[in-house]
Design a protein around this ligand. Structure first.
Ligand code: TEU
Ligand code: CA
Length: 542
């Protein structure tokens, strides 16, 4: 296995719309990101994954692209983008662009042409049929939209304004590869590939993810674009197992550097149902799933990504930590960070995770902006679900939980914008949860993440060491051992808000040399009998 630069990297995801507004229109912009590069440098991250900034009508907040080679008006200009790439590079930070290749906006010139007539030269860029089949849209309802101009239906796995591209059409694939090379020539450091497992779909056989031609397409894309460069590429693949992950991330296969797998993310939803159908997380399931990925996907035949959050997911402290008090928010935020960042793989930090931002509960549905949850609300109301139950699902899993404005300080609208009307309301806890306060407090979650990033860079054991789960049957503590040659690092996390005593004497771990970091400042060095306090998380060097 060849060592790669991204094995040691830590990635920070920015959702530009909610990051930092510099022209007072209530919408984040690229100049706003440039102004915060020194903050990100202070955190110690090496890569920024930038959610889409391309021209878009924002039906799905930029994941509906109308021009891949121009910048969304609200975010600024291509000159701003060139400046961001340059200014980031000056700080040793690479920019990873978000590529949405499964679909475009219905306002993309290709679709405007395609829908004009059956015999239009762009017709076959998209997926048209005389009648719909049973495929459902992820954003509720049928995945087929009737277009009366040509009396046919077009496929849209996501919103009606996101028609799926036809990857069986080689002209489409080559035009997408040309676009990728346009961004490579601009000096970006890599790509995140949105729902890339869908591009091999065979819609007439109702095959969506992992279609038979999927890996042929990915290998063709690799060879014709980023494969010629030393780039970080990460595929979003919702249905992946470790075996499937190897097909994407085994270096010998020339596909991607790694993928986002979501098996741990699905653990608090009812089997076979949707994310809105909630069930409590069982720690034993989380231990089983994360350990499986640590053990079955090694660097010999693949590479893991490590994440709790992204722009589609609820904030992890509210989801699996504790946001009921300041003390528990900080303790559980540090515990969750320690648990993830001690593992093997490339960690991803989502904007605001490093200061422990939490979920939101807007009073009115009118305060929500996400098409997915609004469509779901309307569909479930029609199906007879009660308002309160639907709102409870939205509070727990709605994507707007991740999209409230970044909380910079305790001034109006948390320093995100000077506008009185941010595009989405700021979380009312911004006076206590904000960057300025975190930077002034050496005990803040920010400095815990900063330390975890530092520790990762200083210890090959964290990058490449073996992983072994310990205390496997303990349903309150998640503990594991990392080992590389003689160095051993032990991570112990009390996952809950109650004390628990553990006995490690039978684990033959040897003696502890050092407490590398802890979320309590009086953690003991002796590990044989430990009384772990609420959410206590410790990284020991043995
Ligand atoms: O997401 C794919 C996707 O299926 C999830 O967003 C889905 O909404 C799930 O319920 C998340 O909990 C990608 C992008 O990350 C997302 O923002 C886009 O809306 C989507 O593709 C379409 O491009
Ligand atoms: Ca702005």
């Amino acid at each position: 296995m060849e060592k790669k630069w991204w094995h040691k990297s830590v990635v920070y995801q920015i959702y530009p719309r909610s990051f930092n507004d510099t022209n007072g229109d209530g919408i984040g912009d690229i100049q706003g990101i440039i102004r915060k590069l020194d903050y990100l440098n202070e955190l110690g991250i090496d890569v920024i994954w930038l959610s889409p900034v391309y021209k878009s009508p924002n039906d799905d907040n930029g994941y509906d692209i109308s021009d891949y080679e121009d910048i969304m008006d609200e975010f600024g200009t291509m000159q701003d983008m060139d400046m961001l790439i340059l200014e980031a590079k000056k700080r040793g930070i690479k920019i990873v662009m978000d590529l949405v290749l499964n679909h475009t906006s219905d306002e993309h010139k290709w679709f405007i042409e395609s829908r004009k007539s059956i015999d239009n030269s762009y017709r076959d860029y998209y997926i048209w049929r005389d009648k719909p089949n049973n495929i459902k849209s992820t954003f509720s309802g049928s995945a087929w939209q009737y277009d009366e101009t040509t009396n046919q239906y077009y496929l849209h796995i996501f919103s009606k304004k996101q028609p799926d591209l036809n990857w069986e059409n080689e002209i489409v694939r080559n035009k997408l590869y040309d676009m990728i090379n346009f961004w490579i020539d601009k000096g970006v450091g890599g790509f995140r590939l949105d729902v890339i497992d869908l591009v091999g779909k065979e819609i007439d056989n109702e095959i969506l993810g992992n279609g038979p031609k999927l890996h042929d397409y990915i290998q063709e894309m690799n060879v014709k674009t980023f494969g010629k460069h030393d780039m970080l590429t990460v595929g979003e693949t919702w249905g992946a197992t470790p075996e499937i992950a190897k097909m994407y991330s085994d270096q010998k296969r020339n596909e991607f550097s790694m993928i986002f797998q979501f098996e741990h993310i699905l653990l608090d939803q009812q089997e076979g149902k949707e994310k809105w159908d909630l069930k409590p997380l069982e720690l034993k399931d989380l231990k089983r799933v994360l350990s499986k990925w640590q053990i079955e996907l090694t660097e010999e035949d693949g590479w893991n990504s490590l994440f709790w959050n992204n722009h589609d997911l609820p904030r992890i402290i509210s989801r699996w930590g504790n946001d009921t008090s300041e003390e528990l928010r900080v303790l559980s935020g540090k515990m969750l960070a320690t648990l993830l960042h001690g593992m093997k793989g490339t960690p991803y930090i989502y904007q605001g995770e490093e200061i422990g931002m939490t979920n939101i509960k807007y009073e009115s549905l009118d305060d929500y902006r996400d098409i997915e949850l609004i469509n779901m609300y309307n569909e479930r109301i029609k199906e007879g679900y009660c308002h309160d139950d639907i709102m409870n699902s939205i509070y727990s899993k709605g994507r707007d939980n991740a999209r409230t404005p970044m909380q910079w300080d305790d001034s109006n609208n948390s320093g995100f914008t000077t506008s009185k009307e941010p595009w989405i309301k700021v979380n009312s806890n911004y006076r206590t949860v904000n960057v300025k306060k975190a930077l002034d407090d050496k005990e803040s979650i920010f400095y815990h993440y900063k330390k975890l990033i530092q520790v990762r860079k200083e210890h090959e054991t964290i990058i490449y060491g073996d992983y072994k789960l310990i205390l496997e049957d303990n349903n309150q503590v998640f503990a594991y051992l990392r080992q590389l040659n003689e160095e051993k690092i032990l991570v112990i996390c009390n996952f809950y808000n109650t004390e628990v005593e553990i006995d490690l004497s039978k684990e033959n771990l040897g003696c502890t040399k050092e407490i590398m970091l802890s979320n309590y400042n009086d953690t003991k060095l002796d590990i044989n009998k430990i009384l772990l306090r609420p959410y206590e998380a410790i990284m020991y060097k043995l």
